[in-house]
Design a protein around this ligand. Structure first.
Ligand SMILES: Cc1cc2nc3c(=O)[nH]c(=O)nc-3n(C[C@H](O)[C@H](O)[C@H](O)COP(=O)(O)O)c2cc1C
Length: 174
């Protein structure tokens, strides 16, 4: 268990980073690629923290590391595209989880209809978003996007899932 220290009456709990990662790693997430354009070329990263926020206005969000090289480009462009990856796209996830200079080299994509942000072929679904707001979240930034367009492409395939440090697929119990 984590160490606990009492300081001035307030209980301060020190969290071991390895325990934090292990515990939170048991919470499964889907996997998306969040991508944008720097004017010359597409850039993006794998994101498991994607979440839906609001219907009116239509908002989604994700948390991005303050070390991400993609985030400043999203901030400058003011828009991003979200590709919800299918279970057969785990290699795409690995590419976008890397720090490679040209992650789009072997990946087919199209510009999103409103913002032109890159959307990856064969994804389960796409969302085209304008940057709506951002909040500091420790070593991450909590980013909200206003959805300008969205489309479901592959209703029949399982979504890619990430849990306990590895990939899986979503399967219904019924
Ligand atoms: C399944 C999975 C989910 C991830 N989720 C996030 C996330 O939600 N936020 C984040 O900042 N990084 C996340 N990452 C890590 C980034 O994809 C990785 O750090 C990437 O190299 C960042 O690229 P960039 O620096 O080019 O933006 C995830 C990686 C994987 C494999």
């Amino acid at each position: 268990m984590a160490d606990q220290h009492a300081q001035g009456g307030d209980a301060v709990v020190e969290i071991d980073p390895q325990v934090f990662r292990k515990v939170l790693g048991h919470f499964p997430t889907g996997v998306t690629v969040v991508a944008t354009h720097d004017g010359d070329r597409p850039v993006g990263l794998a994101v498991g923290s994607f979440f839906s926020v609001s219907l009116d206005p239509p908002l989604v969000g994700f948390c991005v590391s303050d070390q991400s090289s993609t985030w400043p480009v999203i901030e400058a462009h003011g828009a991003f595209g979200v590709s919800v990856l299918a279970a057969d796209q785990h290699e795409v996830s690995n590419v976008f989880a890397s720090r490679s200079d040209d992650k789009f080299a072997g990946v087919s994509w199209d510009p999103a209809p409103i913002t032109g942000s890159p959307l990856i072929h064969q994804a389960v679904a796409h969302l085209d978003c304008e940057l709506y707001d951002q909040f500091p979240g420790g070593d991450h930034v909590v980013v909200l996007g206003r959805v300008r367009a969205l489309e479901l492409h592959r209703d029949e395939v399982s979504a890619l899932v990430f849990a306990r440090g590895g990939y899986g697929r979503h399967e219904s119990l019924d």
